[in-house]
Design a protein around this ligand. Structure first.
Ligand code: PLP
Length: 455
């Protein structure tokens, strides 16, 4: 029972199972309870303010206190707080949002399907592609290829696509039909003396061999998060996607760009597909679509996928896929306003401009005795620690250098995320240059303490 005299920390431990949390440790440490937001800052229950260096979960682009989004939600709540889109029903915000999205992406004459999360939308796309291939009379073309260390979600299928062992261990995953090729991490996987282009060629070769081994006729799609974020901030090496796309075309394998993190300006252009000259058949988006103020995700699919769906109705009758909240009117209204704000305030251009400052600041950590590699694009960056940058040696895992640093950052009023010994930065896109300076100043304090501990 709720006891007003117990602290929120106690009540949390009393009632919650936290996602992506070491639950045993959590019993000792408890939660950090966040109560308010202000621009790029969040404020905890004790009034302490933090720069949110990861925009929540790589998600809020407009920060934590955008009144226009609250107003858009309130207006839609007044008009029509909920409705669905099954059986041909629709609402105005959903229709307008679909049209806006369709015009934004580098896919010509696409169609839009809505869901609520990145996992749901990536899962949906697998189903769309399998369904289409059944309609087209190629029931054997079903396998899905992703990259090691990629992240695509947590449903049974999308966790199977995710190339991180932690998402499989204990869950009896991955399912069959899901295959992985090499992670294009030049720093960790590149061989001594190998150029970035040569490394990209080796990655492409690994994909080619996998396709040959499995048989191109059995492979439906290749999914890539253009910059691997959750797997350690890995932008593509030079020439990588040119090679990959050529192989996919030659083998008639669909290309899905998972832009759940990269979409809407994170890399300095509307989509990472623009930044890296990709021609995907499908783009999936979520997170910054509504600045993460409400759950909503979408897939924009090319005619090669949506046209067969229409003829499929003759065979299967209703297209029997969808969620109660697909295209929820309040989420859609907030997403629509978010996209308008991106344009009205030139947010993507802002990323390009402050992105230069972000680059300078993060690059200034090169040469630090425990910094092995720095990777970045737009307002997304990663610093990988090494116990000996000259040899790229890794720290003893037991030292937990990355999580130590992340904890120290928190003490200094900066929330960032460590993936092992890689520290990720992904601030709200509205961050200013002085705020970038302050974010890295706090990180620098934490880094000095981490170095004291680790050296
Ligand atoms: N795809 C990518 C690239 C992601 O980074 C994420 C989540 O971080 C997902 C999919 C899954 O999104 P969700 O957590 O909304 O299910």
């Amino acid at each position: 029972m709720h006891d007003k005299n117990r602290s929120l920390v106690d009540l949390d431990k009393h009632a919650l199972i936290h996602p992506y949390t070491n639950l045993a440790n959590h019993q000792r440490t408890g939660p950090l309870v966040i109560e308010r937001g202000d621009g790029i800052h969040v404020i905890d229950e004790n009034g302490k303010s933090y720069i949110e260096g990861l925009a929540g979960l790589w998600s809020t682009a407009l920060g934590f206190s955008e009144p226009e989004l609250a107003a858009a939600a309130a207006k839609q709540f007044d008009a029509l707080p909920t409705y669905h889109s099954f059986n041909g029903m629709a609402t105005r915000p959903m229709i307008e949002l679909a049209n806006r999205l369709k015009d934004m992406v580098p896919i010509s004459d696409g169609r839009v399907f809505f869901a609520n999360s990145g996992s749901e939308i990536n899962d949906t796309v697998i189903k769309l592609i399998w369904y289409t291939n059944n309609i087209l009379g190629r029931p054997e073309k079903k396998k899905i290829i992703t990259r090691m260390r990629s992240y695509h979600g947590v449903t049974l299928a999308t966790a199977s696509m995710t190339g991180l062992g932690t998402c499989h261990d204990g869950f009896d995953l991955p399912l069959d039909r899901f295959f992985k090729c090499m992670c294009p991490d030049y720093y960790r996987e590149g061989l001594p003396g190998e150029s970035e282009e040569q490394f990209s060629e080796r990655c492409a070769d690994d994909l080619r061999k996998l396709i040959e081994h499995e048989g191109a006729g059995t492979i439906a799609a290749f999914y890539a998060d253009p910059v691997i974020a959750g797997g350690g901030v890995v932008p593509p090496p030079a020439g990588y996607f040119d090679r990959v796309q050529k192989i996919l075309k030659e083998n008639q394998i669909l290309f899905v760009a998972d832009e759940v993190i990269c979409g809407f300006g994170r890399t300095g252009r509307a989509f990472a597909s623009d930044t890296y000259h990709l021609q995907p058949d499908v783009i999936t988006v979520a997170k910054a679509l509504s600045s993460a103020y409400l759950p909503i995700s979408a897939a924009i699919v090319a005619p090669t996928i949506w046209e067969p769906l229409i003829s499929g109705s003759e065979k299967y009758d209703a297209f029997a896929h969808g969620f109660t909240y697909s295209g929820h009117p309040v989420s859609a209204a907030v997403a629509l306003r978010t996209l308008e704000i991106y344009e009205e305030r030139s947010i993507f251009q802002h990323v390009q401009s402050v992105g230069k400052h972000f680059a300078q600041r993060i690059d200034s950590f090169a040469g630090h005795p425990m910094v092995g590699d720095i990777r970045r694009v737009g307002l997304l960056g990663g610093i990988e620690f090494s116990s000996d940058p000259a040899t790229k040696a890794q720290f003893d895992k037991l030292l937990k250098v990355g999580s130590f640093c992340s904890q120290k950052c928190q003490n200094h009023g900066l929330i960032i995320r460590n993936m092992g010994d890689i520290i990720a930065f992904c601030p709200p896109l509205i961050i200013s240059e002085p705020e970038i300076d302050e974010m890295f100043r706090r990180f620098e304090l934490a880094l000095a303490e981490t170095w004291q501990m680790a050296k």
